[in-house]
Design a protein around this ligand. Structure first.
Ligand SMILES: Cc1cc2nc3c(=O)[nH]c(=O)nc-3n(C[C@H](O)[C@H](O)[C@H](O)COP(=O)(O)OP(=O)(O)OC[C@H]3O[C@@H](n4cnc5c(N)ncnc54)[C@H](O)[C@@H]3O)c2cc1C
Length: 504
């Protein structure tokens, strides 16, 4: 692999690919390398069902409505100037997606078929059936091939960010195919490493979502904010013994589905007049309360009254998944429960995605921009990734001096050996222990101070394991997860002094 590049991108979801393409168009002479720890399409992006929130119907809707919905969902803790920037820029980013051949569903009269989701006062979600993220991921990966200055290495896990003289100067990585480690140097490093759902016992996030980028940035001193703002999605499909859980998109409730308890009663209205279309924090809290009251592990989503043909047409993937496990949305109730879904906090960035560490940028779910405040409005995250990829790309084009290599002081760079032994039972046990404690702590099922003590013990256990001879990718991820769990619980302890709700 090349030893040095102009721009190094970590991750291959929407943030990474959109940023790479936009930058390659404007900077054909800059070398751009994407490293991604699994296969190129293994990320949260490919699982996005609902779509992207963008104001397109300026007769029924306008930017002010979308801005107000975003602020209301975020409990007015969002950064107003960021909310305005993202929402007003959205139509331009949509035009680019269309130029990159991404298809969104249209009505027979040629207008956009816009979905409705919780917290939105208008239909404004552009979608591609119920596989919007997969459509975006596939088409961006296809587009990437047009640019000879972009290379992509799969199965390459970044283990550490390399720092010199305060600057981030590249990374230390593990190539899972050749089973070797090495450094790569870069003028600019961009974290697009996604969220941290796997830290929890129950999540919609794929197994790559272990918060690596956040933990690595924290280790080199980047500012992190609002990690207590983990959004739980109220309607993951309940199944025994798994983690990643299949998501039943919010758009299904937008389409008219009800949430009912074991007695067949709709109960979300007791918590909010918007009922099933309240924001995710409110619906999740309502479900958790109902499950606790009735001593159950799930409630139900009821789609039986909805038009079968239209439902099948809108949600073919959800129907197929349910059918596959022996459920029919037309005749059966679908068991659902809230699970960790989205990290609203993260690595603090400015409007150009610059972190507090020089030459280190962060885009997408790993970053904290201030857009979401306490709670993300549905379908605003793909949009945030697009807008910040644009902002970062423009910044680099306008600040060419950043591509002059930084002065490097000659001292040894931190590195370590990595074992190829992947059968690490001890790490798996510690990981499950961590997932259980942080989930119980987060849901206030355990005193926070107790959860904090247990997480500190787990961190010590992990460090011990990692310092023995069996440090492998699993233990590196585990270390990252314990760092992230500590950041979450510390922020939660701070936040709990202000409020007693489970979901911020
Ligand atoms: C089931 C589901 C449904 C969703 N639906 C919607 C929706 O409808 N609308 C919406 O707006 N949002 C939705 N979201 C959220 C949205 O999909 C994500 O926030 C967004 O896709 C994140 O994109 P990203 O590029 O930041 O990260 P990801 O797409 O998660 O990509 C992260 C990348 O980083 C790589 N990586 C991580 N660590 C390392 C490492 N150490 N070394 C190398 N590579 C690494 C991973 O392999 C991966 O390629 C959904 C999320 C889920 C899970």
């Amino acid at each position: 692999m090349t030893k040095s590049v102009d721009i190094l991108i970590i991750g291959s979801g929407i943030s990474a690919l959109f940023f790479a393409i936009k930058t390659a168009i404007k900077c054909p002479n800059k070398s751009i390398l994407i490293l991604t720890k699994s296969s190129k399409d293994n990320n949260s992006t490919r699982y996005a069902q609902g779509g992207i929130a963008i104001v397109t119907d300026f007769i029924k809707d306008d930017f002010t409505n979308h801005i107000e919905d975003t602020l209301r969902a975020g409990k007015y803790t969002n950064k107003l100037e960021v909310v305005e920037m993202v929402i007003k820029q959205a139509p331009e980013r949509l035009e680019e997606l269309i130029r990159f051949n991404i298809d969104f569903d249209k009505n027979p009269d040629g207008t956009w078929n816009l979905g409705l989701e919780g917290g939105h006062s208008q239909h404004r979600i552009l979608h591609h059936k119920d596989i919007s993220g997969l459509e975006i991921e596939r088409k961006l990966l296809q587009k990437l091939k047009d640019f000879p200055n972009i290379s992509l290495n799969e199965n390459t896990a970044v283990l550490n960010l390399t720092q010199n003289n305060k600057n981030c100067i590249g990374v230390f990585y593990y190539d899972r195919k050749s089973k070797t480690t090495d450094f790569i140097f870069s003028n600019v490093t961009v974290l697009c490493t996604g969220g941290c759902g796997q830290v929890f016992k129950r999540t919609t996030n794929p197994e790559i979502a272990t918060g690596d980028g956040l933990a690595m940035a924290h280790k080199i001193g980047a500012e992190i904010q609002d990690m207590h703002n983990i959004q739980f999605h109220p309607t993951a499909l309940y199944e025994k013994n798994k983690n990643q859980y299949f998501l039943i998109s919010e758009a299904v409730r937008g389409f008219g589905a009800y949430i009912i308890n074991q007695k067949g009663e709709r109960f979300v209205f007791k918590h909010d007049v918007r009922g099933e279309l309240a924001t995710r924090d409110i619906v999740s809290e309502a479900i958790e309360t109902e499950m606790k009251k009735n001593g159950t592990e799930f409630v139900y989503l009821d789609c039986r009254h909805l038009d079968e043909n239209e439902f099948n047409n809108h949600f073919p993937t959800i129907v197929a998944y349910c059918n596959n496990i022996g459920l029919s949305p037309k005749t059966d109730l679908i068991p659902i429960f809230p699970v960790a879904h989205y990290q609203c906090g993260g690595i603090v960035v400015d409007k150009n995605s610059q972190t507090t560490v020089p030459r280190l940028f962060a885009i997408g779910e790993c970053s904290y921009t201030g857009l979401h405040g306490n709670n993300r409005l549905a379908s605003n995250s793909l949009l945030e990734a697009l807008v910040y990829a644009h902002q970062c790309s423009e910044y680099l084009v306008d600040n060419n001096e950043i591509f002059t290599s930084p002065k490097i002081e000659n001292h040894p760079l931190p590195s370590f050996q990595i074992s190829t032994n992947n059968n690490n039972l001890q790490a798996t046990e510690i990981r499950q222990k961590l997932q259980k404690i942080i989930t119980q702590g987060f849901l206030n099922q355990l005193p926070l101070d107790f959860a904090k003590e247990r997480i500190t013990e787990i961190y010590e256990e992990t460090k011990l394991l990692a310092s023995s001879n069996i440090k492998n990718l699993e233990t590196v991820e585990l270390e990252n997860m314990t760092i992230v769990a500590t950041l979450i619980i510390d922020a939660k302890i701070q936040y709990s002094k202000l409020t007693s709700t489970n979901f911020p």
